[in-house]
Design a protein around this ligand. Structure first.
Ligand code: GCB
Length: 590
């Protein structure tokens, strides 16, 4: 029998434990090294790569040798970026793509080295110098590996396999109304830290207080109590925190910050210093609560003037990943007069979230629990929990995030109720400083009273209710819009989280014929919906579906859609449709 290599087993266990728990954020670390650029790839539709050992990146060893794969001189793809939009043969591709690049590294005795992936869709496995670093599931949240023990001086070989096959037990599952962009779609970084370093922290205003900052900080790699400086120069805060022996400390600090809000999105430079490790991040402070059916930002009722969008640049027909992409989307959001966005249906990249915060946009963020999730499967539920925790972990310091949403359009059942209530309870434990919501589409209509109602026991667990209702599109107006009544979660704020209809930019036709796919029909639909909103007593805001036309393989009317969901207020070429001006006027009036 082969001898057990105990030290190797222990090393692998410790790596697994580390990679589960480390929460570095390279966007706060000025010295993080970008690994973006052109990477070599192999397209592997038959999933042969693991069996053939692509991760070893083998070269022929002599004249009599050959290797039936090669990363060099084949395809190259830009990282970050989805693979579907970069090569014509990958447009509809769902399967494995292998990425490879070399890294020039050094063993640095007083440093630890991490690989950080801001997002890769959907399942990823990572190898360094032929050794597996770990794997990750889920397309929209970051993951990282401590590579310190595996680094060599000189050239290191990094190989990443990404698979985007849709599966019943995935989140999202088999069906969803957006392009299944696969690949390393977000930034990749190498982060080098001192041996012990600041791993994670949270600092926000205490619930219901505008004068107490509260939070925690966690060090990694320490065995005794340590001092950490926290410094917010503009607030004249300069304090020393002392951690416990495992490197953790919670704190409360009195302060009178200027509160973050859409008009003045004030951010403070917050600095944490621990030995040789310094982190500096711009952080805003605000309170968000509900009072009856009102959303209260900093104690003042606010109407959420919002819009939905996908993480996509329609003109490029690919995922958005850069600051320029974020600016393109968010400038259009601002031009519409918004103070709020719903990043449907998944956490979008940090560049978008951070830029939105700087621009004064409040955010509804959700994980892709989108119709068709298998709530009976315990494994799926564990995945949902991990994704939810990771989303909160990533964005807990963003003042802009005001709502965590647990689901979009799920049908009530015992399992669904148990699971989503579980997520609500978990969220309240992890972060009680934000509102919890969900978007529902199981709305009933009573003809006799012309009233919409919602029977769903999940509503009771939420702070705020989102309703997706496509009046004038999936359901015709049964009576004049102004005569419709709404009686849904009347004691809570209600957001119309989706509404809209399709129109082809530049196509003109009758405003009462949906199949004209005309701008006039969409414009009238918006006017009618806005008329109906007057009768929603607890309306706290709206987020039209959707800002830009977006790509969706499920939209197969080749004349009018041709693989695009045409509900955009703005076309795939960036041109504003008539309905855009209706929304703009509505927001101006609010
Ligand atoms: C919805 C979904 C959204 C779809 C939209 C539509 O209810 O939440 O993801 O894209 O409807 O256009 O049908």
């Amino acid at each position: 029998m082969k001898k057990f290599n105990l030290s190797l087993v222990l090393l692998l266990i410790s790596i697994w434990v580390f990679s589960e728990s480390i929460l570095l954020n390279p966007y706060n670390r000025k010295d993080a090294i970008s690994l973006n650029g052109e990477w070599n790839v192999i397209i592997d539709p038959f999933c042969r790569g693991e069996i053939s050992g692509f991760y070893k990146n083998k070269k022929p060893s002599g004249k009599a040798d050959f290797v039936e794969y090669s990363f060099s001189n084949v395809f190259r793809l830009h990282v970050p970026g989805d693979f579907n939009s970069q090569l014509p043969e990958l447009k509809y591709y769902e399967g494995n793509v292998w990425y490879q690049r070399t890294l020039k590294l050094n063993i640095i005795s007083d440093k630890r080295q991490f690989l950080y992936f801001a997002g890769a869709n959907y399942f990823s496995k990572v190898w360094l110098n032929g050794v597996e670093m770990g794997s990750h599931e889920g397309g929209f949240l970051p993951f990282q590996f401590d590579i310190t023990p595996f680094v060599k001086n000189g050239e290191n070989d990094l190989v990443v396999m990404v698979n985007n096959n849709r599966k019943k037990e995935n989140i999202p599952a088999m069906n969803f109304d957006w392009w299944n962009y696969g690949g390393i779609s977000r930034d990749v970084f190498l982060v080098q830290t001192p041996t012990s370093f600041i791993e994670d922290y949270k600092i926000q205003l205490k619930k219901s207080s505008s004068t107490t900052l509260t939070g925690y900080l966690r060090l990694n790699g320490v065995q005794t109590a340590q001092n950490v400086e926290i410094n917010i120069p503009e607030l004249k805060i300069n304090k020393t925190l002392t951690t416990n022996e495992t490197g953790e400390v919670s704190f409360e600090i009195s302060a009178k910050p200027q509160l973050w809000n859409p008009e003045i999105p004030k951010l403070y430079s917050v600095r944490f210093v621990f030995g040789k490790d310094t982190i500096c991040e711009d952080i805003g402070f605000r309170t968000i609560e509900t009072k009856g059916d009102k959303v209260m930002l900093n104690g003042i009722p606010v109407f959420l003037k919002g819009v939905n969008f996908h993480e996509e640049i329609p003109q490029r027909m690919g995922r958005a990943y850069s600051d320029a992409d974020a600016a393109m989307i968010l400038n259009e959001v601002k031009a519409l007069g918004c103070n709020f966005i719903r990043t449907g249906h998944y956490p979008q990249n940090e560049r978008i979230v951070r830029m939105a915060e700087k621009m004064g946009l409040m955010i509804w963020e959700e994980i892709p629990i989108w119709q068709g999730i298998d709530f009976t499967n315990e494994t799926v539920m564990k995945k949902a929990e991990v994704m939810f925790k990771d989303m909160i972990a990533r964005d807990k310091n963003r003042a802009a995030i005001i709502i965590w949403s647990v689901a979009n359009e799920t049908a009530p059942s015992t399992d669904r109720n148990r699971v989503l209530r579980g997520l609500v309870n978990l969220t309240r434990k992890l972060d009680n400083t934000r509102l919890i919501g969900a978007a529902f589409n199981n709305i009933s209509y009573t003809k006799e009273t012309s009233t919409f109602t919602l029977q769903d026991s999940l509503v009771q667990s939420l702070d705020l209710v989102g309703v997706n209702k496509y009046m004038g599109w999936y359901m015709s107006f049964p009576v004049a819009p102004g005569q419709l009544k709404w009686n849904i979660a009347i004691d809570k704020p209600l957001l119309i989280s989706e509404f809209g209809g399709e129109a082809v930019y530049g196509q003109h036709g009758a405003n009462d014929v949906a199949s004209s796919w005309s701008e006039e029909y969409q414009e009238k639909l918006y006017i009618d919906n806005i008329d109906m909103f007057k009768n929603i007593p607890n309306l706290c805001g709206i987020t039209p579906w959707v800002l830009f036309d977006f790509r969706s393989p499920t939209r197969m009317n080749y004349l009018n859609q041709n693989g695009w969901n045409r509900k955009g207020l703005v076309s795939d070429k960036g041109l504003r449709k008539k309905a855009w001006y209706v929304v703009k006027d509505y927001f101006n009036s609010k």
